[in-house]
Ligand binder design. Structure first.
Ligand code: APR
Ligand code: ZN
Ligand code: ZN
Length: 366
């Protein structure tokens, strides 16, 4: 057993606390990871607010990189000393998706079996089965993907969630390639990652849409070729105009990524795509939201695909090492997502800064 410091959410809406936690030695199929960096994500805040479930207390943090300290029996993929990025899709190998050769849609993602606890024995619920605002955490070995050990932990740890969701929404779900036009509605961390992924894939134009001019500046730095301030102009008309300028006859973008998670922006995405184009919903709606009313004839008449992207349809063992290599080659600027490095005691302050709009990611350094 390991006694370490971790950040927990004890009850709905209560400020998070840094406290002592107990982490068991890894059992069969498990790995103990010494965390080096962990990004602060909206989902951590949703856990604290009771928006995900009521399994308090939570051990927060899930966008992390670190070094494997020990592994349990039957673990062959990773070994002590490996530098790893953690994921919340440890594929099972046995569900229908895995069996049909599409593990990126695995339905049975698994986590460590043993529980981390408070010193009094209270079991902790690790955020997304990870819990990495802690000096050490216990995960399923399949949640660890070995990557180039010379990469900066604060940058590559972000691949564990939001950045992968955004890049994957574009390149995996949206199948963005060279020669395609892309529009991204909503340029927070997820949206700008979709922009970076589209630029990386060689798409053009890459159109960034947001209501906040500051976000549009960031989007340009991350590879957007055009920006649209949708608080001032109709984004659907602007996207159509920009695409037609590049490709004669285009009636919208080949791929439109919705990274806000709201009915009205999803409707914009629907009407801003070209014939046979694809809409990718990656922003997370709240349970009360419904699909906006759209004539069925418009759905039929335009063809194409209306998709949603869960975790960027990523396969960590395939996508993490590839994206880390592109980062190391200077082709994917993961450093640009790290707005600030903070201490493990500063998570609550980082939550406050999320609403300000100046921070893409605060990253806890351990
Ligand atoms: N039109 C265009 N952009 C909008 C609109 C709108 N009507 N409303 C909000 N936005 C922009 C915001 O200005 C912000 O830049 O959407 C962006 C949302 O970004 P973040 O709040 O930083 O969220 P992010 O981390 O990128 O996640 C995107 O997925 O995980 C969920 O809760 C998260 O719903 C959010 C989405
Ligand atoms: Zn599976
Ligand atoms: Zn996250």
């Amino acid at each position: 057993m390991h006694e370490v410091q971790g950040v927990i959410a004890r009850g709905k809406g209560q400020p998070v606390e840094l406290t002592t936690i107990h982490v068991p030695d890894p059992g069969p199929g498990e790995a103990l990871v010494k965390v080096q960096a962990c990004g602060v994500c909206h989902t951590d805040l949703h856990y604290r607010e009771g928006g995900i479930n009521d399994d308090f207390p939570f051990l927060l943090g899930h966008e992390a990189a670190g070094v494997v300290e020990a592994v349990g029996d039957d673990v062959t993929d990773v070994a002590p000393g490996d530098f790893v990025v953690l994921n919340w899709r440890a594929v099972c190998g046995e569900c229908r998706a895995c069996k049909r050769g599409e593990p990126q849609y695995c339905f049975a993602t698994h986590n460590a079996t043993q529980k981390m606890t408070l010193p009094d024995g209270t079991e902790l619920s690790p955020a997304l089965g990870i819990g990495a605002f802690a000096e050490k955490t216990l995960v399923a070995a399949g949640q660890c993907t070995k990557v180039d050990e010379s990469a900066r932990p604060a940058a590559v740890g972000l691949l564990g969630c939001g950045v992968m969701a955004g890049i994957g929404a574009a390149i995996n779900t949206g199948a963005v390639t060279r020669g395609k036009s892309v529009a991204v509605i909503g340029c927070g961390g997820v949206g700008v990652a979709a922009i970076a992924g589209s630029a990386l894939a060689g798409a053009s134009p890459v159109i960034a849409v947001d209501i906040d001019p500051k976000k549009l500046e960031t989007a340009t730095r991350m590879g957007a070729t055009h920006t649209v301030d949708s608080s001032k102009v109709d984004p659907v008309e602007e996207i159509k105009r920009i695409c037609a300028e590049t490709y004669e006859g285009a009636e919208g973008a080949d791929v439109v990524v919705e990274a806000v998670g709201r009915p009205e922006t999803w409707k914009q995405a629907f009407y801003a795509r070209d014939l046979a184009g694809t809409v990718v919903l990656v922003g997370v709606p709240t349970p009360d939201m419904t699909v906006p009313e759209i004539p069925l004839i418009d759905v039929f008449g335009r063809g194409g695909a209306l998709k949603s992207s869960w975790y960027g349809d990523c396969l960590p063992s395939r996508d993490f090492p590839m994206l880390v290599d592109l980062y190391q080659q200077g082709r994917l600027d993961l450093d640009a997502f790290v707005t600030e490095e903070i201490g493990i005691g500063d998570v609550e302050a980082a939550f406050d800064k999320m609403h300000g709009g100046d921070v893409l990611r605060s990253v806890v350094i351990l």
